[in-house]
Design a protein around this ligand. Structure first.
Ligand code: GLU
Length: 462
């Protein structure tokens, strides 16, 4: 049974690198009829907050990355960690270390001075002095020879010499267990088969594998996915980049578009650029994840978003538009009452292929229902005396249409331009400005048709 997990530390919001890791873990489990587990790694009491837990879970829900088990909290598992440490002390895979801070500091300085990598010298393994300290830490008795090797699904074969690894502290002097140790016990107890995580954890893996071996646990398969960098190749920063998943919601990005983009950033399926989450699950394989860092390109994300907006159901878009309008203080039901005969779903259909964000789409839709405003600059340019005369004649012509159909309106516009001996823009530009407040609109015949004769005439003549 494939069992994957996403194990965020709740010290902030869910960032896009985390979302990408969660997506791959989730999809790998789904693809293989496995289980996806959510684990909250909250042992760092100082930095973990409930607010972060809530915001991570909220972001996962927004992305639709539903977990099958959990959330499990490490802080709820302290007894279990203690039990494992006691067992390890008994069987010699861990030992008490009574060394004073002073001794450790001196040792580190000496090693540094000799150009060596700082490392515990193993004194308490061979020659402990229990009377020298009442609050000993517990160290893992890391193998001293040989090496740790694993076949990383993304990075290939990775090897670390045991000689380079320290006898890691697994319980602090206050008896609280440390990070790498908790991860191992959790992965073991939760029967995780595949650990898919960011490659900033590569250095932890040999330590975790050694502890797992000491516990006689099955070693999971590891896949370390590369970092997501800024477009210029620099590390993303909280200050300068939209790094939080929910920032993208604020920008009007659809969750399915964000996931599509994140997936595509570090993985490929032929030339396919746009896909649904379902397709992704069917196609996903870790073997196709790239091992080099990806660069985040905002323009591309908006392009992907535009494609997903086109694919989305109008009813779903309406809901998102209403939410967005509400967030800007506009009550959409009241707004739509300004033109009760104008179905917002029809407007959405008309404008959805023009917007690359829900925010822009919402405004495009809202414009139809709001009093028209246009700039003086546009008025000077497009509403000349000639144009006003043309519009007057056009509104008279509109009253002659007996059957209000799109084709009839189209034909009538053509006929009108012929009669007046003008080219389409001479009518179209002022007409657009008067009806929509801008010259950048979807096809004007469609707008006239949907808006209805009375409203169009009212707007032209106002
Ligand atoms: N809690 C770690 C983090 O947020 C992830 C640990 C893991 O996936 O093993 O970076």
């Amino acid at each position: 049974m494939i069992r994957t997990r996403f194990a965020p530390s709740p010290t902030g919001f869910l960032h896009i690198g985390g979302a990408r890791t969660a997506l791959f873990s989730w999809a790998y489990a789904k693809r293989n009829n496995g289980k996806f587990i959510l684990r909250i790694e909250d042992t760092d009491i100082e930095r973990s907050t409930q607010e972060s837990v809530d915001s991570i879970i909220h972001a996962m829900q927004w992305l639709n990355l539903t977990h099958d088990e959990g959330p499990f909290y490490q802080t709820h598992r302290m007894e279990r960690y203690k039990e494992v440490i006691t067992q390890m002390l008994k069987d010699g895979t861990a030992y008490y270390c009574y060394c004073s801070k002073e001794r450790l500091d001196n040792m580190r300085e000496e090693q540094k001075a000799k150009g060596l990598k700082p490392k515990y010298d193993g004194k308490c393994l061979h020659n402990p002095e229990p009377n020298s300290c009442t609050n000993p830490v517990v160290r893992f008795n890391n193998p001293k020879t040989g090496s740790v090797i694993w076949d990383d699904l993304v990075k290939g074969k990775i090897e670390f010499n045991n000689a380079e690894l320290d006898d890691l502290i697994i319980a602090r002097s206050d008896k609280t267990p440390t990070y790498n140790f908790c991860v191992v016990v959790d992965d073991l107890d939760m029967q995780i088969s595949h650990v898919i995580r960011g490659d900033d954890h590569v250095n932890n893996t040999p330590r975790q594998i050694n502890i797992l071996k000491a516990l006689k646990g099955t070693i999971p398969v590891y896949a370390h996915v590369p970092m997501i960098l800024r477009e210029d190749g620099q590390k993303m920063s909280k200050r300068h980049d939209a790094v939080s998943v929910m920032d993208y919601k604020k920008l009007g990005i659809l969750p399915e578009a964000l996931l599509n983009y994140l997936a595509k950033l570090c993985w490929g399926h032929g030339d396919d650029e746009i896909f649904t989450l379902e397709q992704f699950v069917n196609w996903f394989d870790i073997d196709n994840v790239s091992s080099s860092p990806a660069r985040f390109d905002m323009k591309k994300l908006f392009w992907v978003n535009a494609e997903h907006i086109k694919m989305a159901k109008n009813q779903h878009l309406l809901q998102l538009i209403n939410e967005y309008l509400a967030s800007t203080g506009i009550n959409s039901s009241q707004l739509y009452q300004n033109l009760p005969h104008l179905d917002p779903l029809c407007i959405i259909e008309l404008v959805k292929s023009r917007s690359d964000s829900i925010n822009k789409l919402s405004l495009e839709v809202a414009y139809f229902y709001q009093p028209i405003k246009y700039s003086n600059l546009d008025a000077d340019k497009f509403l000349t005396q000639d144009a006003i005369n043309i519009l007057k004649a056009f509104s008279t012509k509109l009253t002659t249409i007996t059957n209000w159909e799109l084709d009839t309106i189209k034909a009538m516009i053509k006929e009108f331009c012929n009669e007046q001996n003008i080219k389409m823009p001479a009518l179209g530009m002022p007409l657009r400005l008067k009806i929509c407040g801008t010259t950048q609109t979807p096809s004007i015949d469609n707008i006239i048709y949907l808006m209805g004769r009375d409203e169009v005439i009212k707007r032209i003549t106002s």
